[in-house]
Design a protein around this ligand. Sequence first.
Ligand SMILES: [Zn+2]
Length: 405
Amino acid sequence: MSSSTSTLITNIATLVTNDPSLGWGSPRSSTFESGGSSPLGLVRDAAVVVEGDRVVWTGSSRKAPATDNRVDVQGRAVLPGFVDSHSHLVFAGDRTEEFHARMSGRPYTAGGIRTTVAATRAATDAELEANLLRYRHEALRQGTTTLETKSGYGLTVEDEARALRLAARHTEEVTYLGAHVVPPEYADDPAGYVDLVTGAMLDACAPHARWIDVFCEKGAFDGDQARAILTAGRQRGLQLRIHANQLTHGPGVRLAVELDAASADHCTHLTDADVDALANSRTVATLLPGAEFSTRAEWPDARRLLDAGVTVALSTDCNPGSSFTSSMPFCIALAVRDMGMTPDEAVWSATAGGAAALRRTDVGRLAPGARADLLVLDAPSHVHLAYRPGVPLVTQVWQGGERVV
Ligand SMILES: [Zn+2]
């Protein structure tokens, strides 16, 4: 045993472990009572033991081992911390006017992402980092303990590398998205921009990132360009993710599967062939309902994906243009209300699903050996995340064994 202090978190009404071998939620259990199989590995009247930055024990509170410290959560629910596998938090400025116009039924004149690119390029390092930290803390207060974030508003060698350097100070899940859009100065030479993204920009960015991403969409990058960009990134040791099939049908999802990308994100417009390809792959379908909410767009069909056997993650896509929410509870509520997910599926997708989308096994679950990243809800069960939408239920957050909220 290590010499770290051990802490018992007990009197948990409902514990979500995401450990399918545990609890009445397990499909293999003879005593589950949810009316269908749950992926959540639920334990009633439960306890968790944390030692150092790890979970060392979970189970019934009556069987809990002796520990140095004891925290009584008084009949509340405990879940793994949320894993938000898709955000864009290195930016400056905001786009209130654009949102206001869109929601007021007025067409907004071009600007969009270019507005954010101009503001981001003009910002100092300190301004960008302060903004990132503000939204990082906002997410943490709502239970997000693992957060991926991307570059993509610099679109020059220096500005993309700067974004990644700043992001890497605050999360290990950093994604190079030089291929977000073609910047205005390359409007007449998109091939030249792809050469930059796969050349000098990649050289400057790869040391600061774990992932490479590309926005594969009409008006952004086509399938051939996306393949070239992702392949170049892989050759530099980056792992792959992709913005795919958000606004239209297209080649993104099948490219993700072909290249064994960890995740295809958005997946709003899918053919049966796309769904089949995902179902027969390791690629996670990450759904981002904040984007459809904020643009009044058609919802992705989570039910269709789940019924086909696809692994589904939920994420915020937090960005100033199309989804300015950092709230995983809000995304869970939308997924249950409008995308055909059960409350248990949505909670799984926001925790274990996000971990799968980042190819992580140490987060998104509460079992011996996992990181002690967890949240306490001011409610007796995880179902309240969808049942009480918009209510700030997250009352404690623990990250790496330390209470941070
Ligand atoms: Zn995005």
